[in-house]
Design a protein around this ligand. Structure first.
Ligand SMILES: Cc1cc2nc3c(=O)[nH]c(=O)nc-3n(C[C@H](O)[C@H](O)[C@H](O)COP(=O)(O)OP(=O)(O)OC[C@H]3O[C@@H](n4cnc5c(N)ncnc54)[C@H](O)[C@@H]3O)c2cc1C
Length: 404
């Protein structure tokens, strides 16, 4: 029996219910398209405090989340970005991007990961067409004529699932992709991101700061004020050894070092919450689709966070894949058909290439203190400052709206 004739009751199985897996499931699920999400962890009830990671969401992402019913549920959790100020340590001036110039209510938003994760999980649980298996681990996968057979371990028991289409959204290491012989192209940036929430002396006025320091880019993103504390999310790019050292430093030793890299622009940093450290690399799967299989999110491509594009791109991929898969299911076609999946690859190829190139160029341009690179960087900032059309285009791209 061909997969098309045989797929009626078999679900799409999403391996990994992180941001990418959950978003894809919400976008794809429907009466003709049942989805099962297998997730290894169950998120603890989030606290509203000081120690969470955050994600910058583009204006385009807001639109997608609105259509998925996620945005309204987020309520006041996303903090709007009204202005972005980019400066180069040791040099006067810089460039500013303002929402008024873009004619938008905000250039983007910053949301704490625990708040977004909670809403995504609630939406998954509320869907009639999505079944969540958690905590449960997909331990192996093998192609079968009907799609893919997955072995799932839960509570010490193993069960086999046959998926019409398996969507691997199991993160940057994607052990299942490796098991299936899908390789990765890796480019290490030799940097780590130290991530923490910080408390600021002054209100941030919805300004995001990107500062290029001798160690690498440092981003400070505005968060909602909680109990009178002006909060922001810090992503501090550092060489690996320094990042590891800074993870262990006492707060009163670390704050002056942060202030030194941070500069005076935003006033005093009064406190820093729990720190976490992430190695930074560009990683791309050698293949994003095979018959019965597709890769999404970090499993497909992991980007440097300098431009805050990783999840925003992943979400555009999720919606594009969900669209072709749903259409196929609605007309009774096997959603894992390579012709269907190729439609997705073709639709997203340009967006992926452009976003990856944009991010990689920024990393190259804004890391390193050589005289040539520094001069080139200042020239770039000056050009953006002096040429409003170029600036608008640059921001539009970063907002997930336009293209170069
Ligand atoms: C420091 C930093 C800052 C960032 N800032 C931004 C930003 O501002 N804006 C932006 O757009 N992007 C940002 N990103 C990128 C963003 O975090 C990622 O794009 C996003 O988290 C990708 O999520 P994912 O669902 O693909 O992967 P993950 O978050 O890794 O989720 C994978 C999930 O799969 C589950 N899993 C794994 N294996 C299995 C298995 N075998 N069985 C079942 N479940 C499994 C895991 O438990 C996990 O929940 C940043 C990244 C970093 C490192």
């Amino acid at each position: 029996m061909s997969p098309a004739e045989n797929q009626d009751k078999r679900p799409i199985v999403v391996v990994g219910g992180g941001f990418a897996g959950a978003s894809f499931a919400l976008a794809a699920a429907g009466p003709e398209c049942p989805v099962q999400v297998v997730e290894a962890f169950v998120q603890e009830a989030g606290d509203d405090g000081f120690d969470a990671r955050s994600t910058a969401l583009s204006w385009g992402t807001r639109g997608i989340f609105e259509s998925l019913g996620v945005w309204d549920e987020l309520g006041a959790a996303p903090c709007p970005i009204h202005r972005i100020e980019v400066t180069d340590q040791g040099h006067l001036g810089g460039v500013g991007f303002d929402r008024r110039e873009q004619g938008q209510e905000a250039l983007g938003y910053v949301v704490e990961n625990h708040a977004l994760g909670k809403v995504l999980q609630e939406r998954l649980a509320a869907s009639k067409h999505i079944d969540v298996l958690a905590p449960a681990n997909v331990v192996s996968a093998r192609p079968v004529p009907e799609g893919m057979e997955l072995n799932v371990r839960q509570d010490g028991n193993e069960q086999a699932l046959t998926a019409a289409l398996t969507v691997l959204a199991d993160g940057g290491r994607s052990p299942i992709a490796a098991q299936l012989g899908i390789g990765r192209q890796l480019k290490s940036y030799g940097q780590h991101a130290l991530v923490a929430n910080i408390a600021l002396e002054k209100a941030h006025r919805n300004i995001a700061y990107e500062r290029f320091t001798e160690h690498g880019p440092l981003a400070v993103l505005p968060l909602p004020t909680v109990e009178g504390v002006h909060r922001a999310s810090l992503v501090w790019t550092l060489p690996e050894a320094l990042a590891r050292e800074y993870l262990e430093l006492a707060e009163d030793e670390l704050l002056p070092l942060l202030q030194q890299d941070f500069g005076p622009g935003m006033g005093r940093v009064d406190g820093i919450g729990r720190r976490a450290c992430f190695p930074l690399q560009l990683s791309r799967a050698g293949e994003q689709a095979r018959p019965g299989l597709a890769l999404l999110g970090n499993a497909a491509h992991t980007l440097h966070p300098v431009a805050g594009q990783g999840f925003n791109l992943a979400l555009r991929d999720c919606v594009a894949l969900a669209g072709v898969v749903r259409e196929a299911a609605n007309r009774g076609q096997w959603p894992g058909d390579m012709a269907v999946l190729q439609g997705y690859i073709d639709a997203q190829e340009f967006d992926q290439e452009k976003t990856i190139l944009f991010t990689d160029l920024l990393v190259g341009l804004f890391s390193g203190r050589s005289a040539a690179r520094s001069a080139f960087r200042r020239l770039g900032l000056l050009a953006l400052d002096l040429l409003p059309p170029l600036r608008r285009r640059f921001v539009s791209n970063a907002m997930g709206l336009g293209s170069f």
